[in-house]
Write a protein that binds this ligand. Structure first.
Ligand code: MLT
Length: 391
């Protein structure tokens, strides 16, 4: 079949579906199986729990598990590249603080490219991965008005250094660190076709540099159907908690959800474009929350929601995936661990996802098609007058 023939196979039902399921390329870092969930370089995500960030980043970057020595050399390289210049720090801190912090995060990425960009996808990939914890810490501290950012100490470790740089009030760094590290690792990558990754690579296909492409990717992540879902889910868990109270029963939860659905209100944290099972990234976090914060009132509500949500959504045969996704629990876990600042949860997601997007961008720009790189993204749209389309 020629490319032209293939176009004739496409019917109206295939259009305006968000490209759902259309194969468009190769992804050398990770994939998402509808039944088994996320795999990084062939390893199931739940097998990576307990790995440190540099091991997982090496796995994604090289496509294979590194030996102890290989990971050490890689980590030393990242540490050398970490650290933002004074000019960059000053520029980020002169940005306005209005609006959602993701706006600031996207702007900070553009500034990072202006001040520190090398115009080389490979170099910029590693530099960006190395610097992003500090960029994010500066953005959050500045936006929140938490004062200056503690000086970066890369020797502490990738996420321990991030936690050290954050100036959030009343923060218990010991409790928070493993939760941030878990969150960070779980969100590095999610196949090639999630919106932010797809957009970042599409922008890079026009040969925009790594930082501009990443800023676009992060604008894509900022929307409530994508990265901001973690913030919205926590707000939902809190709303449900305040409606039902701490002693809520399963029945009360089910009734509340049925009532919401009957009133066309959203039930947040369920469903996924690809997955048809509970998101393993959610399972890992539910387990962590149950083990470490079993008595936290929001953890209790999130666990009730996990069961009741699936049960109630299953009552509607049109719902293809009635199971919780990663966002259903991540905000609750961060809150229980002592970071009750939902407006920054999408920035944390972005700080992590930068890793996968940067590595995938290097593949598409420098390695795909025998090193030629993928061509500029340019899909076809059919012209139809409006009256015809809507009929
Ligand atoms: C993600 O991690 O990017 C989300 O689960 C969305 C997706 O995979 O489409």
């Amino acid at each position: 079949m020629t490319k032209q023939d293939a176009l004739f196979e496409i019917t109206k039902d295939h259009l305006e579906t968000g490209l759902r399921g259309y194969p468009v390329g190769h992804c050398p870092t990770s994939y998402v199986d509808a039944q088994k969930g996320l795999f990084y370089a062939g390893i199931a995500i739940d097998e990576l729990i307990g790995w440190v960030p540099q091991e997982v980043i090496y796995l994604l970057y090289q496509g294979k598990k590194g030996s102890k020595e290989e990971v050490e050399v890689f980590h030393a390289n990242l540490k050398k590249r970490a650290g933002c210049s004074d000019e960059l720090k000053k520029s980020i801190c002169s940005l306005p603080r209005q609006g959602h912090p993701m706006k600031l995060f996207c702007a900070a990425l553009l500034l990072c490219g202006m001040v520190e960009g090398k115009g080389d996808y490979r170099e910029d990939c590693l530099n960006l991965i190395a610097k992003i914890p500090e960029v994010a810490a500066i953005v959050i501290n500045h936006h929140a008005g938490w004062g200056g950012t503690n000086p970066s100490l890369p020797d502490l470790g990738y996420i321990p250094n991030f936690v050290h740089m954050l100036n959030a009030p009343d923060i218990d760094r010991k409790t928070l660190m493993p939760v941030f590290q878990l969150f960070n690792i779980l969100h590095y990558d999610h196949g090639g076709g999630n919106l932010s990754t797809f957009i970042g690579k599409a922008v890079a296909s026009g040969l925009e540099d790594m930082y501009g492409s990443m800023a676009s990717a992060m604008c894509a992540l900022a929307g409530p159907r994508h990265g901001k879902a973690n913030q919205d889910c926590l707000e939902f868990v809190k709303e449900v908690a305040s409606t039902l109270g701490e002693g809520a029963t399963e029945e009360e939860m089910e009734d509340l959800l049925r009532h919401r659905l009957a009133n066309k209100q959203l039930v947040y944290g369920f469903g996924h474009a690809v997955l048809r099972v509970e998101d393993p990234r959610a399972t890992v976090q539910y387990d962590y929350a149950k083990h470490h914060f079993p008595n936290h009132p929001l953890v209790r509500i999130a666990l009730l929601l996990r069961n009741a949500g699936t049960k109630v959504l299953k009552e509607n045969p049109k719902v293809t995936n009635p199971y919780p996704n990663v966002d259903a629990i991540s905000g609750t876990l961060l809150t229980a661990a002592g970071f009750p600042h939902p407006e920054y949860y999408t920035v944390l997601f972005g700080t992590s996802r930068v890793v996968g997007i940067a590595i995938q961008t290097v593949y598409e720009r420098c390695e795909a098609r025998g090193g030629k790189g993928t061509p500029i993204v340019r899909p076809k749209y059919f012209y139809r007058p409006r009256e015809e389309i809507s009929s």
